[in-house]
Structures are given as structure tokens and as C-alpha cells.
Design a protein around this ligand. Structure first.
Ligand SMILES: C[S@@+](CC[C@H](N)C(=O)[O-])C[C@H]1O[C@@H](n2cnc3c(N)ncnc32)[C@H](O)[C@@H]1O
Length: 291
């Protein structure tokens, strides 16, 4: 296993994922009850955009850099994008050299009554994350397999919380593993909020996973797909999606608004595209798409 998220930190897919994550945390934090956040594939928590890895494939320049440029120019950012821009600005006093990973975004939002568990299997990444989280209250870093942790940790005693599942997709069978593990976890915790990130390289495989997730979810589910490049010959990752099982109230509307903005501003050439599928609590589907 040699996946290094540093090559991709801050790219369009990270921006979608992290805007959706912050939106969910913000909405869930509106109630005082304690929350438990589990990040099954956590990474190192913080990425230097001037590192050798990021310099070799500066994907962030077409991702978070465009968001921050729009923010600097005073653009009217959708709420979910604004939240991420504010979080990134708080880490960068001057210019843009640091991008937060999901654990840092989560840890900065924990209230005294909340807790988070970050799971990362690669030793080096887990060690960097532990160092970053040292001294933080309510945070636990585990250097172990995220899939096993998922099943052993849900449902948490708090019974309120969010699971982020963000695997590296290096293994061809990752979608099968994901479908199976998500179904098991939702069965154990039918009211948990689950956010799943995945690349859309093979549309049939992505749709099969979405169908399996919709079967597993007993109630609401929403899928936000951001297409950076609509050209089928595009190099690199052209499309990515964020799927939410039991999205918190208001998340779907906020994410759909962010999606349209992100497609217009992070898209290649004449602009990207997007798709938003939402099965509401009453079982009706709302489908909107430009692709
Ligand atoms: C896409 S990155 C995570 C990025 C992070 N969630 C974020 O948003 O900042 C995927 C991470 O999963 C780790 N990983 C791979 N297989 C794993 C497993 N079975 N259990 C836990 N972590 C794993 C990789 O080392 C990598 O750091």
C-alpha cells in the first residue's frame, strides 16, 4: 500500500468532501447533545502545499486555490464553501501553504461534550496525525484497519454522530468492500450519519455502489457528484462524489447549492458538471443534474 494523500490534498474532490463534512458537523452541532465522530481513513491531518509531493502534482491549484481566490475577490460563496474557505484561511496567515485534512477540520469543531476517533493504517501517517492531535481533548488516534474499527465502534455510546469513510481506492475491490462494510455499519447503527467519498472513474461501478447504499439506508440518502472535467479523454480524476446516509437536516440543500458553485468554479475548460440525487424521508427521489 503506497497511497499518499499529500499528492491530492486540496484538489476538487477534497473540496467537495470537506465542504460536505463541515456542513454536516455544523448542522449536527446545532443540538447540545454529545456527538461522536469516526473517521475510518483519516490520513495525516494536515498537508503542506509546498511539499515535494504537492509540488509534483499541484492538484490543489485547481481546487482549494480557486476557492480561496474567489473568497479573496469577495465572491458570494455558498455557505458550505464559505465554511471551508474560512477554515483554510484560519490556517494560512499569509498565502496558501497549508491544507487541513478531515481530522483537523473535525478536531477544530469538537465541543467539550464531543469526541472523535481517527483511524489510519499507515504507520507514518498515523504518527504524524498523533503528533498533530497531541494535547487535544476528546480525540483518539488509532493506527489500525479502518474497516475493522468501523464495525467495532458503531454504534457509539453517544448514539449521535457521524462516520466519514474515505478509502484510498487503490484496490480494485474497494467498492465491494465499501458496499459490504457500509451495509453492516448501517444495520448496526440505522440512525447514524454516514458520509462516504468515492471517485467516479467507472460509472457502472459507482452506480452499483450507490444502489447498494440506497438499499442499506433505511431512510434518507443523498448523492453529490462533482464532475471536474466532462471530456471523456480527460487526464487524471475527472469526477468524484460524496454520498450521505441520513444527512442532517438542511445538508442536502446546502450541498446542492455548493455543488453548482464548485462545478462552475473548479471545472476544467468551459466548466464541469454535477449531479444531485436525494431520496427524502418519505421515499420520493429528487434528481437534478447537468451531466
Ligand atoms: C483519501 S486518504 C484520507 C484523507 C482524509 N480522510 C482527509 O479527508 O483528509 C485515505 C487514507 O486511508 C489510509 N488507509 C488505507 N487503507 C486503510 C485501512 N484499511 N484502514 C485505515 N486507513 C487506511 C491511507 O493511508 C490514507 O491516508
Amino acid at each position: 500500500m503506497n497511497y499518499r494523500h499529500a499528492f491530492h490534498a486540496g484538489n476538487f474532490a477534497d473540496v467537495l468532501k470537506h465542504a460536505g463534512l463541515l456542513s454536516a458537523l455544523d448542522r449536527m452541532g446545532a443540538k447540545d447533545k454529545p456527538l461522536c465522530v469516526l473517521d475510518t481513513h483519516a490520513g495525516r491531518g494536515r498537508y503542506e502545499l509546498d511539499s515535494a509531493e504537492a509540488a509534483r502534482s499541484p492538484e490543489w491549484k485547481d481546487g482549494i486555490a480557486r476557492v480561496m481566490a474567489a473568497a479573496r475577490e469577495g465572491a458570494d460563496l455558498p455557505a458550505a464553501v464559505r465554511r471551508l474557505a474560512d477554515a483554510v484561511a484560519a490556517l494560512n496567515a499569509d498565502g496558501l501553504t497549508v491544507y487541513p485534512g478531515s481530522p483537523l477540520l473535525v478536531a477544530d469543531r469538537l465541543r467539550p461534550q464531543d469526541r472523535a476517533v481517527f483511524v489510519e493504517r499507515q504507520e507514518g501517517e498515523a504518527a504524524a496525525l498523533s503528533a498533530l492531535m497531541r494535547g487535544r481533548r476528546g480525540v483518539e488516534v488509532r493506527a489500525e484497519d479502518g474497516w475493522a474499527a468501523l464495525l467495532s465502534l458503531v454504534p457509539p455510546p453517544e448514539r449521535r454522530g457521524l462516520v466519514l469513510i474515505d478509502p484510498p481506492f487503490e484496490d480494485r475491490r474497494e467498492f465491494q468492500t465499501l458496499s459490504r462494510r457500509l451495509a453492516q455499519a448501517v444495520r448496526r447503527w440505522p440512525t447514524g450519519v454516514f458520509l462516504v467519498w468515492y471517485p467516479v472513474k467507472d460509472r457502472d461501478a459507482a452506480r452499483a455502489f450507490e444502489a447498494a447504499a440506497a438499499d442499506a439506508a433505511q431512510r434518507e440518502i443523498a448523492i453529490a457528484e462533482l464532475v471536474r472535467d466532462t471530456d471523456p479523454r480527460a487526464a487524471g480524476l475527472a469526477s468524484a462524489a460524496l454520498l450521505a446516509v441520513n444527512p442532517p437536516w438542511g445538508w442536502a440543500e446546502e450541498t446542492a447549492a455548493a455543488l453548482a458553485w464548485l462545478a462552475a468554479h473548479l471545472g476544467a475548460g468551459a466548466g464541469g458538471g454535477w449531479r444531485f440525487d436525494h431520496r427524502r424521508e418519505d421515499g420520493t427521489w429528487d434528481t437534478r443534474a447537468t451531466i
